[in-house]
Every structure is written in C-alpha cells, then in structure tokens.
Write a protein that binds this ligand. Structure first.
Ligand code: NAD
Ligand code: UDP
Ligand code: UDP
Length: 343
C-alpha cells in the first residue's frame, strides 16, 4: 500500500498559485530572512506571484513552515533552515531582512537572543549585501520611537526609549540595526532601505503571541473576557498586512534611502478597539480592564507624509474589512486545532 501511495503522490502534479513569467533580465533572486513568519510569508507570496526567485531563511523560532508550504517544491522557491546570527553565504540581488521576533512576549522570552538577532544577524545580512552588492531593506519598527513625546511620530523624531526596560532588547536592537545599516551604507556603499513598521495585523499572525489583535479576537471567539491592559486610553494605529507588503516592495524599488514609516494613521484607543472586535465577532464577551503593562507606549500613530510623497504609498484596507478577514482566519485555525485535538 505504501508503494501505491508513493507512486500516486509522484504522479499527481502539485498545484501552485499562478506566477507570472519574468525573463532573466527582470527576474531577481530575492532573500527574505524571517520569510516563514507572518509578514515575511505574505511578502513571499507577492514576490513569487510577480515571478521572482525567492529564498527564505528562517530558524522557525516564531515562524512556521505551514506559512509557506504552498510554495514548497516550486522551482522559483527555496526554504533554508538557518539562524541569521550565523554567517550565510549565498548569491542574491535583494534582501528583505525581517528575521526577528516581533511581539512583546516573543522578544522578551529570550532578550539576549533578540539582541543577537538584531545586531549580529543584521551584521551578517549587511556583510552578505556588501559581498554580493545586493540592495537590502531592513524591517525596523515604530518601537524605535519608544514611548513617544511627539505625536504623531515623523521619521525625524529621535525617540524616547528606556535603554534598560523590558522592551529594550527589541527597541535598542532595532535602533542598532538602523545604525549598522547607515554605517554600511556610508563606509561600504551598501544600498540600504529602512522601513519603520507600525502595528500590523492579518491572517497568519500568531494565535498565541499575546498581542492585542490576536488576544482580543481569540477572547471574543471563545466568549471569554476581553482583557484591556490599564485604563484602555492608550492608542495604537493598525495596518493590514497587504498594505504593509505593498509599502515594503515600493520602498525597495524606490531610490529613497532615509527611514520611512509604514503604518495606518487611523488611531484607536485600545478600549474602543476591544468594543470594535467584540461587535465584529458577536458573542457574549465582557470587556474588562486589568493591570497595565510596564513601559507601555501611551500613544502611537505614524506620520506617513514621507511615504506618501516618496513612495506614492498609503494604506488602502479599512480596519473593519481587514479585521473581518483576520477573524475568519482565526475561526478556521481554532476549528483546525479542535479537530487536531479530537483525532
Ligand atoms: P514573526 O515573528 O511572524 O516573523 C519573524 C520571523 O523571523 C519568524 O519566522 C522567525 O522564526 C524568524 N526569526 C527570528 N529570529 C531568527 C533568527 N535568529 N534567524 C532566522 N530567523 C529568525 O514577526 P512578523 O510580525 O512577521 O515581523 C517581521 C518583521 O517585521 C520583524 O523584523 C519585526 O520586528 C518587524 N515588525 C513587525 C511588526 C508587526 O506589527 N508585525 C511591527 C513592527 C516591526
Ligand atoms: N558575511 C556573511 N555572508 C557573506 C559575507 C559576510 O554572512 O556573504 C558575514 C561575515 O561572516 C561577517 C559579517 O557578515 O561576520 C560582516 O561582514 P563584513 O565583510 O562587513 O566584515 P568582516 O568579514 O570584514 O568582519
Ligand atoms: N493590550 C491589551 N490587552 C491585551 C494585549 C495588549 O490591552 O490582551 C494592549 C497593550 O497594553 C498595548 C496595546 O494593546 O497598549 C498593543 O499591544 P501589542 O502587544 O499588540 O503591541 P505593541 O504596540 O505594544 O507592541
């Protein structure tokens, strides 16, 4: 029987999403570090569909093979299990450097590793870019602004970060990552692009990463209490993942070298956000305030004047439709894990 199954598998061609044909002059070899993660896997999809060759490097700390499994075996796709803290020697034209845990519980889980990934990992990526003369885009974050004293945050704001607080491993790691990028640009003529990404959500985000979008949706779907940390007056601005991916690709293609904010400027208090999700999911959850988080930034909203002017980019997906797609993803994931437990 095993023999029969194997021969059946071998004779059934795999179905892949349709990719465009690009001739060799326009087709690039693109490395995505952290490409098995939430944002990275959506970037993989867009670049594959455009017809490029995509190489994902990931250590699967927070990423999953399942996020990219629909490309496994495709001739334009390669998945390498590798930790970017160690050197990497491959030949590529462009690098999107996304490898780093991104949610507070993930990056606080092993702060030393988070710092190594964002310093030694970024040095390896920049060393690679230097050797092969590749253009490199660094995924930075709005956290470089810390708990901001300027609102909304333009790229010219230097930030307000506690260097020894619980978020420092990530915030300062990303700040060094930016510093390294401009040092390599100046000294070694590496072409760098720096995206300062604001809170992003969408399908394939981690169910249990402790972030607000996943927590609130899961709590609402399970009819559990929706937990607002603190008084709920703190604000965030949420961008849908397809808008971010468009922005990353536009930034890579542009000749603009200074940091660019990529985020949705529609600002929400976390208290309001809890009610929006409760309403969209339906159900019986109550919204409750619990203990505040240490060093929680109180206001966050991107000033995207620069991205509009330099990249002709702005977010398109309204919060409600992005959340509905995300809720539907979480609903399916919950059903899937229930089935898994039953069997
Ligand atoms: P994610 O955790 O889903 O993806 C990160 C990926 O990097 C994972 O696949 C993980 O396994 C991989 N990784 C981590 N350490 C690694 C290492 N040492 N070597 C190789 N791979 C490693 O997170 P995400 O939300 O997709 O974030 C992607 C990037 O965008 C991160 O750099 C993050 O800092 C940045 N960012 C994300 C957001 C957001 O809201 N999602 C906001 C600001 C910045
Ligand atoms: N590096 C890498 N892949 C390459 C080239 C370099 O991983 O293709 C690493 C290299 O091991 C080094 C880092 O990138 O640790 C920085 O490289 P750079 O050339 O700037 O520094 P050097 O090798 O001179 O210390
Ligand atoms: N938050 C909350 N309840 C939760 C998770 C998060 O009230 O269950 C709040 C958190 O205190 C912060 C905001 O939601 O003010 C966004 O938190 P998240 O961890 O998603 O991202 P951050 O922007 O802080 O990195």
């Amino acid at each position: 029987l095993e023999e029969q199954v194997r021969s059946l598998q071998a004779s059934t061609p795999r179905k892949y999403p349709k990719v465009k044909y690009l001739n060799y002059k326009n087709r690039k070899r693109i490395l995505i570090t952290g490409g098995a993660g939430f944002v990275g896997s959506h970037l993989v999809d867009d670049l594959m569909i455009q017809g490029h060759e995509v190489i994902v490097v990931d250590n699967f700390f927070t990423g999953r093979k399942r996020n990219v499994e629909h490309w496994l075996g495709h001739e334009n796709f390669e998945l390498i299990h590798h930790d970017i803290v160690n050197p990497l020697f491959i030949e590529i034209d462009e690098i999107y450097h996304l490898a780093s845990p991104a949610s507070p519980p993930h990056y606080m889980y092993n702060p030393v590793k988070t710092i190594k990934t964002n310093t030694m990992g970024t040095i390896n990526v920049l060393g690679l870019a230097k050797r092969v003369m590749a253009k490199v885009l660094i995924a930075s974050t709005s956290e470089v602004y810390g708990d901001p004293t300027v609102h909304p945050q333009p790229e010219t704001y230097w930030g307000h970060v506690n260097p020894i607080g619980p978020r420092a491993c990530y915030d300062e790691g990303k700040r060094v990552s930016e510093t390294l990028s401009y040092a390599y640009a100046k000294q070694e003529k590496v072409q760098v692009r720096v995206a300062r990404i604001f809170n992003t959500y969408g399908p394939r985000m981690h169910m249990n990463d402790g972030r607000v979008v996943s927590n609130f949706i899961l709590q609402a779907l399970r009819n559990e209490t929706i937990t607002v940390y603190g008084n709920g007056k703190q604000t965030r601005s949420f961008q849908y993942v397809s808008d971010l991916v468009d922005g990353l690709i536009a930034l890579m293609a542009s000749n603009y070298t200074q940091p660019v904010n990529l985020g949705n400027p529609v600002e929400q208090t976390i208290g309001e956000f809890a009610n929006i999700i409760k309403h969209l999911v339906g159900g019986q959850s109550e919204v409750k305030q619990i203990k505040a988080m240490e060093d929680d930034p109180q206001r966050r909203k991107p000033d995207i004047t620069r991205a509009k002017k330099r990249l002709n980019w702005e977010p398109k997906v309204p919060l409600e439709s992005g959340l509905l797609q995300t809720i539907s993803y979480f609903r399916n994931e919950l059903a899937r894990s229930d089935r898994f437990q039953e069997s």
